[in-house]
Write a protein that binds this ligand. Structure first.
Ligand code: BGC
Length: 927
């Protein structure tokens, strides 16, 4: 297979452009006419946010093409250089603040105060002002409703007011992963306003294409933008440290706003402007034998080329259950249509799309998906608001479309929203409670044990060839093998590509002997995170990709990512992230897609199909309600079974059934009182029993599990295995029981059945047989050739990173290291003792005494601290910092941000055990 880097780039650029959502374009200020003179405002112009932060954003790139970079190299526009020089000069004394340590990058960067004279001078020489506002948030860092985060800062407001006063035309672009206070922006009266999101390493090119009109915007909001944050029904509960009540129930996003608070909407779900206009006409509609068919013709009635996303919504009868006014049941996107050109999109909808889940039995059919009697109307249009009726069908008598069992229902009472019977506002009712506790179901489903055979000479390759059964293969595993195969290893395990999140499968010599390969998994949803410093392609963020409403495009993009993974021996991507955008402040919304489960599921399915077609695969995460980062491993989610099935699980169901997903990561937190990784209902009864999933389920990294009613712990692997969450991610050293897990103990005491471990062993091995890791081991992997990748983007390959064993001390000669500006130097350590070390770096510089030459120390991709040299007059100078090594395998990357330093050597010397450290603040923390 061939990975053509140019095609990869062009596909990503297309996605970055297609996901842009244009909200406002008064007087048609956009597109910019040829030759347009642009004054660019906002300090973030010099540092485009390619993604949010945390594991989903740590892609090492050779460079980022931001909006400014793209405009500067665009022949159709000219950028005001005086204004740019002003920003660049200011930035010298106000450098970008990355924050030190995990989850510490600020939501925004200090804005440059702008005086009217400067804006007026720029206005005199420019046709339009372009103001870029940037926001970040991410893992372990929820957004906040404060100035400089969800809201504009005072300096940003002043800047916008000044620009508005000085310029006749003002365009505002939002470089963010999720929505921000849009009303606050609209109050400052921009002529045009667009969410350009975080578009990955080439994001600026997509923006430039839209600004200049090379591409007509066609992105649509995958979230409702309400007037104030308080309007979101989850606002009173979001952010609770102990229990987060999903009191809004299924009324998430537009389901709530269209039903109960239409006046609170500033921009509706599905909305997005184009430079051209479209006529959308329903050509046909039929509802027969449980299938709705409709054809919708889209005609470009404007003067420019463009694409349109057609959306179909259902309005179902209120019945006894209560229904949202609108539910998205399908969407499709046209090709690029020229002026006057038409395309007809056809849709075939199964009646199950119109069914609702009765979790309390009010319809007479408890635990069933039902079509309540009444009229079902389908609307077609271009946003949840801009629709026309396509047709309708009637269900005479309430009937069941799927019979299920009560699973995952809450055990503690709370109240949830429901429309009033007269459809006049919302009412409250108690949630239906669980009738049977989960351990009863698990106990009834323990499989029978496969008798232990010892080594019968069967390898996994024999199973693959069909020469042996999986049962016979797993029968060979001793208790030790079984307890070992459920341990993932990481981060940075040297058994796989250096600097990746985890390894699993053949993690011990005994397992390897059976021909079990060791698979490599790496973050994340927006491209490969290689903490070794190897370069990778950074993709547009999840929100942006979803806003394209173009599943084919997303699938194509992830085909390239799958090939890139193969080249780096990364078998399993830790993505897509696919939780529902329940609240705008969830830090990880950028990794996820939408407030709507259908869009979420279709996008995830597209990514998985793309990865699979390249022979790689991905992991759906975080199964299933990681909807806030604050206390994510501790807080409980209190949610009804109906909301789980119709909203929070639905996307996963689609990705499994339609995308063929074969790997899933459970969330950290607790779901209705029991931690997700130990929930049998989630990982066995629903996922495998109802959906037919036959892949592998892994925990999130260092997750906790609990027995029913007990406190959670990191060592309760028995609770995990009982639930059929197959793999614990991650242990320092999987071959020995470095985490101190309770698997063997639980086997001995009978609280865990041997057959439950055999079941997970079989799941893991069955999954592994499909991976590139397996084909690599058996010599049948198809090679991937990369063409057209620029030299400066060249990434070193997995074999080029060498691990050094660190016992008491280690000294490395660094005299040959390239220390020029933007160079990286990587050291991989296999540490025998965790704890405090002295790190000594010896260097010299011929630069002037006051020059500053910082060397930033990154560990697992996060800045841990900095050594700064001044000019030394050429003499060697040794600097010592205390470092704390917290993981067995650590990759340290030294990043040189200035020229002018020579290094002599590096010395690391053990000082104190980890447990004996009294003041961690004194140490640079390396993970
Ligand atoms: C994140 C996961 C990620 C894992 C490995 C966790 O902290 O929640 O999304 O895949 O780390 O980096």
């Amino acid at each position: 297979m061939t990975l053509d880097w140019n095609e990869y780039i062009e596909t990503a650029v297309q996605a970055a452009g297609e996901g842009i959502v244009l909200l406002k374009n008064d007087r048609n200020v956009l597109p910019l006419p040829a030759g347009c003179r642009v004054a660019v405002y906002g300090r973030i112009q010099t540092h485009y946010y390619k993604s949010g932060t945390g594991s989903g954003g740590l892609v090492n790139v050779s460079g980022v093409i931001g909006i400014l970079d793209a405009l500067l190299s665009c022949p159709d526009v000219s950028v005001n250089r005086e204004l740019l020089a002003r920003y660049r000069e200011w930035e010298e004394t106000h450098p970008f603040d990355e924050g030190i340590g995990w989850g510490n990058e600020p939501w925004s960067q200090e804005e440059m105060p702008l005086d009217y004279a400067a804006a007026a001078a720029a206005a005199a020489e420019s046709d339009v002002a372009l103001v870029i506002i940037g926001r970040s948030a991410g893992e372990d860092k929820d957004n906040k409703d404060v100035p400089g985060a969800y809201r504009l800062s005072a300096t940003e407001k002043d800047m916008l007011k000044t620009v508005r006063a000085a310029h006749a035309k003002m365009v505002v672009l939002l470089n963010t992963g999720g929505i921000m206070d849009t009303q606050g922006l609209c109050d400052l009266a921009p002529d045009a306003l667009a969410y350009v999101w975080q578009g990955g390493m080439i994001g600026g090119r997509g923006v430039c294409d839209v600004l200049t009109g090379r591409v007509s915007p066609s992105g649509k909001l995958t979230d409702t933008i309400a007037k104030t944050i308080a309007d979101y029904p989850s606002s009173p509960y979001f952010g609770d440290a102990v229990r987060n009540f999903y009191a809004e129930d299924i009324y998430v996003g537009y389901r709530y706003f269209e039903t109960a608070a239409p006046e609170a909407v500033l921009y509706p779900f599905g909305f997005g402007l184009s430079y051209t206009t479209f006529d959308v006409a329903v050509r046909s509609f039929s509802a027969e034998n449980g299938t709705v068919r409709t054809a919708v013709a889209v005609t470009n009635t404007g003067g420019r080329r463009g694409k349109e996303a057609v959306q179909l919504y259902a309005q179902c009868p209120q019945g006894k259950l209560g229904k949202p006014k609108r539910v998205l049941v399908a969407f499709g996107k046209t090709r690029e249509l020229g002026s006057g050109e038409s395309q007809t999109l056809t849709f075939e909808l199964a009646e199950s799309l119109f069914a609702s889940y009765d979790d309390g039995g009010v319809t007479g059919y408890p635990s069933c998906y039902v079509l309540e009697s009444g009229t079902y109307t389908v609307y077609a249009g271009t946003s949840v608001r801009d629709v026309r009726e396509a047709g309708s069908f009637t269900v005479e008598k309430t009937r069941v479309t799927e019979t299920l069992k009560q699973l995952l229902a809450p055990e503690r009472p709370f109240r949830r929203m429901k429309p009033r019977a007269d459809e006049n506002g919302m009412d409250w009712e108690g949630v239906p409670l669980s009738r049977e506790s989960e351990p009863v179901r698990r106990a009834a489903a323990i499989p029978s044990e496969i008798p232990y055979t010892g080594d019968a000479g069967i390898t996994l390759a024999d199973v693959r060839r069909g020469g042996s059964s999986m049962e016979a293969f797993v029968a060979q595993f001793s208790d030790d093998d079984l307890s070992c195969v459920i341990r993932g290893e990481g981060m940075g395990s040297p058994k796989v590509t250096p600097g990746t999140a985890g390894a699993f499968g053949g993690v011990s010599a005994a397992l390897k002997k059976f021909g079990v390969p060791c698979a490599c998994c790496a973050d994340g949803p927006s491209g490969m995170r290689l903490d070794s410093g190897a370069k990778a392609f950074s993709l547009p963020c999840g929100t942006l990709l979803a806003c394209t409403f173009n599943t084919e495009l997303v699938e194509r993009l992830f085909f390239f990512t799958g090939l890139e993974m193969a080249k780096n021996r990364v078998d399993v991507l830790l993505g897509p992230g696919m939780n529902v955008h329940r609240h705008p402040l969830n830090g990880r919304n950028f990794e996820y897609f939408s407030e709507d489960p259908l869009v979420t599921g279709k996008m995830a399915a597209a990514q998985i199909r793309g990865l699979h077609s390249a022979g790689s695969t991905g992991t759906l995460k975080h199964f299933c309600c990681n909807n806030q980062e604050f206390k994510r491993a501790e807080a409980d989610v209190a949610v009804s079974e109906r909301a789980l099935r119709e909203i929070y699980l639905k996307g996963y169901e689609i990705a499994v059934k339609e995308g063929g997903a074969d790997a899933i990561m459970t969330m950290y937190g607790s779901l209705n009182g029991m931690w997700a990784a130990s929930r049998f209902d989630l990982n066995t009864a629903i996922l495998r029993g109802e959906w037919g999933f036959d892949g592998v389920v892994m925990t999130d990294w260092w997750a906790v599990m609990n027995d029913y009613g007990a406190s959670p712990s990191k060592t309760n692997f028995a609770a995990m295995a009982r639930a059929q969450n197959d793999l614990y991610m991650v242990c320092l050293d999987a071959a020995v029981n470095s985490t101190g897990d309770n698997t063997l103990e639980a086997l001995a005491s009978g609280t865990l059945a041997r057959s439950e471990l055999q079941r997970s062993a079989a799941n893991i091995c069955r999954f592994l047989m499909k991976t590139r890791a397996f084909r690599r081991l058996s010599g049948t992997e198809d090679a991937v050739t990369v063409v057209n990748r620029p030299a400066e983007d060249r990434s070193f390959l997995p074999d080029e990173v060498v691990y050094h064993t660190l016992s008491d001390s280690l000294e490395l000669d660094l005299s040959a290291v390239d220390t020029s500006k933007d160079a990286d130097f990587v050291i991989a350590l296999n540490t025998e003792r965790l704890g405090g070390y002295d790190m000594e770096l010896t260097g010299a510089s011929d630069l002037g005494e006051l020059s500053q030459i910082p060397v930033t120390v990154f560990s697992q991709g996060i800045a841990a601290g900095t050594f700064t040299w001044n000019g030394t007059g050429g003499a060697w100078l040794t600097q010592t910092r205390k470092i704390c090594i917290n993981m067995k395998y650590v990759i340290i990357r030294l990043y040189f941000s200035r020229n002018g330093l020579r290094l002599k050597n590096l010395k690391i010397t053990f000082r104190v055990d980890k447990d004996a450290i009294t003041d961690p603040q004194e140490y640079m923390q390396l993970f």
